[in-house]
Design a protein. Structure first.
Length: 273
């Protein structure tokens, strides 16, 4: 834990470098062979999502994702809403333990669950995360992409992590077009999970950008939401800007094409029963 804490603090110290380099075209946009497309995803299109829990499905209670409105424009996933009067319990959601979201720069933190026991997305909890990561920011900072938050929780559930150390989220000073400016990107770590292992799992997600920052004094993982996946490794030291290396992924096109909003839920929500 002492080593992890040291790495987190070093990574936080490298945020100035990340602002200058982590938002370059390679990090925030696909390589030339994969031109960037808008970030609005199928998750924001109003596609119906069938409740993952078998008991809910058996009852014929489908869960619909309403059109995203302003959230869709920001590339976020709309919260699922159960049918009126439904009080079903989704076992996968009820088993999720609270997560601590901690901004390592300000030490602001909040402990919460992003899903209610019935499996619906808790917008009030998401707003609390916004409040924490906005702590040093302007009052008009955009909310974090709700799809991005879902993916962080999905990864946390995979590793059975209880804390999310946020290195950087919204950065109004990032270059024009950066996903950090629109709430669609986060740099983070889980205690006791190496950036290498975290990045490897995130690269299995569809429609994401994943950057692994590997210098001994600034180790963290960048995650963003986008239409066409792109992955890279960056060995730049703090406050330096070296060219990152793209990681070819011949399976990403098929994975992106097969994307469905329910795939953003924790693995246990979609696992066969």
């Amino acid at each position: 834990m002492m080593r992890v804490a040291a790495l987190v603090l070093a990574a936080a110290g490298g945020c100035a470098r990340a602002s200058a380099h982590g938002d370059t075209a390679g990090s925030d946009a696909p390589a030339a062979a994969t031109p960037e497309t808008p970030d609005a995803s199928a998750a924001d299109s109003g596609t119906p999502v069938v409740a993952p829990d078998a008991s809910v499905a058996a009852a014929g209670t489908a869960v619909a994702v309403p059109p995203g409105g302003s959230d869709a424009a920001a590339g976020t996933a709309a919260a699922t809403t159960p049918p009126e009067g439904s009080a079903q319990i989704a076992p996968w959601a009820a088993r999720l333990t609270p997560l601590v979201f901690r901004d390592v720069n300000t030490l602001a933190n909040v402990t919460l669950r992003l899903y209610k026991d019935d499996g619906t997305f808790d917008e009030d909890a998401a707003a609390e995360i916004d409040r924490v990561v906005w702590a040093p920011k302007a009052a008009d900072a955009p909310p974090m992409s709700r799809r991005l938050l879902r993916l962080v929780v999905k990864a946390a559930a995979h590793f059975e992590a209880h804390e999310v150390h946020v290195i950087s989220s919204h950065r109004g000073s990032a270059r024009k077009g950066s996903r950090h400016r629109t709430g669609q990107a986060i740099d983070f770590l889980f205690p006791d999970v190496t950036p290498k292992k975290l990045a490897a799992v995130l690269r299995t997600f569809a429609r994401v950008g994943v950057g692994e920052y590997v210098h001994p004094r600034s180790q963290y993982v960048h995650l963003d939401v986008r239409e066409q996946s792109y992955h890279w490794v960056d060995g730049s030291p703090p406050r330096r800007s070296w060219k990152e290396h793209a990681l070819p992924d011949p399976t990403s096109l098929a994975r992106d094409a097969a994307y469905a909003p329910e795939l953003d839920l924790p693995d246990r929500a979609t696992a066969p029963r």
